[in-house]
Design a binder for this molecule. Structure first.
Ligand code: ADP
Length: 260
């Protein structure tokens, strides 16, 4: 796979913080891959996502390089979609589901209100919402958490972006819904040949479907590589510890899952 984006010696510091949130990050993002960014809370995962998405707060200092293969950084909203942990953060409570799923298509694809609304219906079908015509007219608070996250995914994909960034997108959901959303994301990005950047603290969840994983700790990249290789022969002692702590909790063990 070719590199869609080459990140080199990236350092990011928030305004007023003497310690950078990310230091010395070298990471390639491959076109069409499902890349999992894994780390504990505070390890810098969201900072990386916000840097890629150019959503850092004012005053943040960015050093190093981020080279896009297209020569031009993707435009957030059009070329790059986002799904966050809390759909409330991405959904507007006073707009109907239809209005907000249609918005991206109207804005970025230049569709008329009517065709954008038709596309919104189509998107709701694709994220497998039961009774999409009814949901189109509903407000976010009338839906369950899992349905709201499906709506957020539909809205993120409405403009047909090539890249989807999911930041702890399933962490607030209970386990069954979480598994459903992960498999939905997996399927949607495969179908569309999209690049998925999946951010999570849950190594077991990510290793179930990611092509590659990148392990972060304290603002640094510990190691990155194909999922199977990292799971079966992690180079770093931290990755080993992370895997071991999960093995204790999960049955069957991760390693044999990865090897099979
Ligand atoms: P993660 O997503 O892995 O939980 P973050 O990227 O959110 O980690 O945070 C990395 C570090 O940057 C943490 O020490 C956090 O406190 C700090 N940080 C995150 N956002 C901000 C911000 N807006 N202003 C200042 N510091 C921040």
């Amino acid at each position: 796979m070719s590199a869609l984006c080459e990140i080199r010696e990236l350092e990011v510091a928030y305004r007023g913080n003497s310690v950078p949130a990310l230091t010395n990050i070298d990471l390639d993002i491959h076109a069409g891959e499902r890349l999992a960014i894994i780390g504990e809370s505070g390890s810098g995962k969201s900072t990386l996502a916000r840097t890629i998405a150019r959503l850092l707060p004012a005053g943040a200092r960015v050093r190093g390089e981020m080279r896009w293969s297209l020569g031009q950084a993707p435009l957030p909203g059009r070329d790059m979609g986002f799904v966050f942990q809390d759909p409330a953060a991405s959904l507007n409570p006073v707009l109907t589901v239809g209005e907000q799923v249609a918005e991206g298509a109207r804005l970025h694809l230049g569709l008329t209100r009517r065709t954008a609304y038709e596309r919104a219906l189509d998107m709701l079908e694709r994220v497998r919402i039961p009774d999409p015509a009814k949901v189109l007219k509903a407000f976010p608070h009338q839906l369950s958490g899992g349905q709201r996250q499906r709506v957020a995914i539909a809205a993120a994909l409405a403009a047909g972006p090539g890249i989807l960034i999911a930041d702890e997108a399933t962490s607030a959901l209970d386990m069954i819904v979480q598994a459903e959303i992960v498999s939905l994301l997996d399927e949607l990005v495969r179908e569309a040949g999209m690049t998925l950047i999946f951010i999570t603290h849950d190594i077991a969840l990510a290793s179930g479907f990611a092509d590659r994983v990148a392990i972060f700790r304290d603002g640094g990249l510990v190691e990155a590589g194909p999922t199977g290789a990292i799971l079966t022969s992690p180079k770093d002692v931290y990755t080993r510890a992370l895997l071991a702590s999960h093995r204790d909790l999960s049955t069957p063990p991760l390693i044999s899952e990865a090897a099979s």
